[in-house]
Design a protein around this ligand. Structure first.
Ligand code: KG4
Ligand code: ZN
Length: 340
């Protein structure tokens, strides 16, 4: 295999973030993300707008990543890109850009599964961060995903549970919309939850068997609850906002923890790695600490910039595949429903 100093460019464009990162032997030299503010006005991601914004952002974002890393494109060894899952129009922008650049530079092209990226972000070299040992359980929780994966090796993964409808972040964002909060609502609900009473109101947990999740029923229950209460008291939301947020958070964290406990019980694995934007949540962090103390778990959460959608996680997978010599053909295409 080539020289010791391996430079990989990672490109991520699966949803509403255009991102590029340079990784040098597993260490991040740059991690650039262009967020698309445009979607805030609509209270959710609008696919057509996302795709157009990716087209505008991708060249400057890649330039910025190279500049911040202090290298030129001729020093790259390979280009890794998100092949899926995600929004087709968004994926196509990153895929075609990565293909043309790899072709132009005559270097390998490496396809990456976005969900594997969230998991393998735990293998980015970081001072003071312990990597999880195999096998471990990975729970990816974000606006787009809710999944528990048994990870036996870098590329030996088995999805053992996932949502059958909304993702957990969506449950936060849709609840926030009902409450009149801005998008995305997760951070504000979390902030208010810490000031409220988690037992003030109760919402029934969904009855989904095994390790799968469901969050759409919760959203409906919250909607009816708010409709009912505001009929009696038009100021209900304003007067009880912190308690409502605390009660929603209590229910959501309860759902996540029930499934995690079951996954540990079924697999006997106590090393748990968390990824996705919802990993920033104070409730899940507290619950995981409790799991460490009460059940002997060891939990792993990478730096926040590596848990939300980012390209460093794509570049690290690219690096691991590069070491194995796993490259993609030049006719590889984006795949919106790509499975782990
Ligand atoms: O990973 P991410 O940045 O993007 C994707 O969805 O892929 O995750 C964003 C999601 C949003 O739904 C947002 O509301 C949620 O993560 N989120 C939170 C918190 N911070 C972000 N949810 C609950 N508590 C938080 N502190
Ligand atoms: Zn993601």
């Amino acid at each position: 295999m080539a020289s010791e100093n391996i430079y990989i460019l990672g490109i991520e464009s699966s949803c509403d973030d255009t991102a590029a990162s340079i990784i040098n032997n597993g260490k991040v030299l740059s991690n650039v993300v262009a967020n698309q503010k445009i979607h805030e006005e609509y209270g959710g991601v609008v696919p057509e707008l996302a795709s157009r914004a990716h087209q505008q952002n991708i060249v400057p974002v890649v330039h910025e990543a190279l500049k911040k890393a202090g290298i030129s494109k001729d020093q790259l060894h390979a280009i890794a890109f998100t092949r899926g899952p995600g929004l087709m129009g968004s994926l196509l922008v990153g895929t075609s850009f990565a293909k043309s650049l790899a072709f132009g530079l005559d270097i390998p092209l490496i396809e990456v599964n976005h969900m594997q990226g969230h998991i393998l972000a735990h293998f980015i070299e970081e001072d003071g961060f312990n990597k999880p040992p195999f096998p471990f359980l990975a729970m990816t929780i974000s606006g787009g995903h809710t999944q528990i994966v048994k990870v036996s090796g870098y590329f030996d993964m088995e999805v053992i549970g996932e949502t059958i409808d909304d993702a957990v972040g969506e449950a936060y964002d849709k609840s926030g919309k009902i409450l009149g909060l801005g998008y995305p609502a997760g951070p504000e609900i979390d902030k208010r939850a810490q000031l409220g009473n988690p037992k003030a109101f109760s919402f029934t947990k969904p009855k989904v068997g095994g390790l799968n999740f469901s969050f759409s029923g919760l959203k409906t229950a919250i909607m009816y609850f708010i409709q009912r209460e505001t009929k009696n008291n038009p100021n209900f939301i304003a007067e009880n906002l912190n308690d409502i947020c605390a009660s929603i958070q209590y229910t959501i964290i309860g759902i996540l923890m029930d499934k995690l406990k079951l996954a540990v019980k079924e697999t006997g694995i106590k090393h748990i790695a968390i990824g996705g934007g919802v990993s920033a949540n104070s409730g899940i962090r507290k619950a995981l600490k409790m799991g460490e103390q009460k059940f002997g778990w060891t939990t792993y959460i990478p730096k926040f910039e590596f848990t939300t959608d980012n390209a460093a996680m794509i570049a690290i997978v690219g690096y691991l595949k590069y070491l194995e010599g796993t490259f993609s053909e030049s006719d590889v295409t984006a795949s919106a429903r790509l499975k782990i």
